[in-house]
Design a protein around this ligand. Structure first.
Ligand code: ADP
Ligand code: ZN
Length: 303
């Protein structure tokens, strides 16, 4: 049995064929393109699924369903994207319905961080944990909550939108309308935006880290601040949920050790409960594939 996983993000879409043990047998990616309608984007995604399936003829007979992870807020029940700040123009878009017209399989959709949480529990860094938080630091920031051996998704499937914790109300207006949300100050988008303002020309997040490493002091400061903000948000999650670990994935987590060391250090000093200070901050074992494998897990391991 095989499932197709589709991880839709504000920057890129990952598509893959995943077997029942969580192995990716084939995958591809495309850019999320906001110059076209969501309808056109769905056409491109469906096309890349068709391409993957036709590359290997044994795939298509074995596909039991398609799982989609997408940025929230969304409605998993109806398969509709509700009002996602990181998918501008997609408000109210009936993603599952449109996808089903092009791909005649059972389709399930959940929040992208929720899906990635399932993957890290299934075959990732949190296999042995019954109380953990998954955090993605990418175009935005999102969290998945796994407590008492159970995924916590809330009344409407939107639990875990930690990116809209307010971290610094003096920091400017977030896409959600509040001021100084976590993702407004510490996501990949936020790091690039703030750095571009400092140097006076557009920089990608990766370029910001590279320039800081080459000695740019104001960008080093900006990154230190981002790490501290990530630490602050993690402490809030720890104080709220008492997890034994926080698993961090998403594009920005590719920076690796410096980020994990800084955040672990902040948590060790600032979590309120002494036991919370022992919470481990670890990288997603599935790296950039957590969202994709998690989307497939919605089919292989419906919860
Ligand atoms: P999405 O949000 O579409 O799921 P990603 O998880 O790849 O996509 O996150 C995209 C964000 O991560 C962007 O802000 C991008 O600049 C940043 N990013 C991607 N790769 C790196 C990297 N190696 N180092 C730092 N930031 C990165
Ligand atoms: Zn916000």
């Amino acid at each position: 049995n095989l499932a197709v996983g589709i991880d839709i993000g504000g920057t890129k879409v990952a598509v893959g064929v995943v077997d029942a043990s969580g192995r990716i047998l084939a995958k591809t990616r495309l850019n999320t393109d906001f110059t076209v309608t969501p309808q056109v984007m769905v056409g491109r995604i469906a096309q890349s699924v068709h391409n993957l399936l036709s590359e290997n003829s044994v795939f298509s007979d074995k596909i039991i369903g398609i799982g989609i992870g997408a940025p929230g807020p969304l409605d998993p029940q109806s398969g509709t994207i509700t009002c996602p700040p990181n998918l501008p123009g997609w408000n109210g878009f009936p993603l599952v319905e449109e996808m089903r017209k092009l791909l005649p399989y059972p389709i399930r959709m959940e929040n992208d961080a929720t899906a990635a949480t399932l993957a890290e529990k299934w075959i990732g860094a949190a296999q042995d944990s019954n109380h953990f938080i998954f955090l993605t630091i990418s175009t935005g920031i999102g969290a998945g909550i796994y407590l008492h051996g159970k995924l916590i998704t809330g009344a409407t499937g939107n639990a875990g939108d930690a990116g809209h914790f307010v971290i610094d109300p003096s920091a400017g207006r977030c896409t959600c309308g509040q001021y100084g949300c976590w993702e407004w100050v510490a996501s990949g988008t936020a790091i690039a935006r703030q750095a571009s303002a400092i140097v006076g020309s557009p920089l990608s997040t990766k370029e910001v880290f590279d320039l800081a490493q080459q000695g740019n002091a104001s960008l080093q400061q900006l990154i230190e601040q981002a790490y501290r903000y990530i630490g602050i948000g993690c402490v809030t999650l720890i104080n709220l949920f008492d997890p034994d670990m926080i698993v961090i994935g998403g594009g920005v987590s590719q920076i690796g050790q410096p980020l994990f060391t800084a955040v672990q250090d902040y948590v060790t000093h600032h979590a309120f409960n002494p036991s919370g200070r022992g919470a481990k901050i670890v990288p997603a074992k599935l790296l950039q594939d957590a969202g994709l494998i998690g989307a497939a897990a919605l089919i292989h391991h419906p919860y």
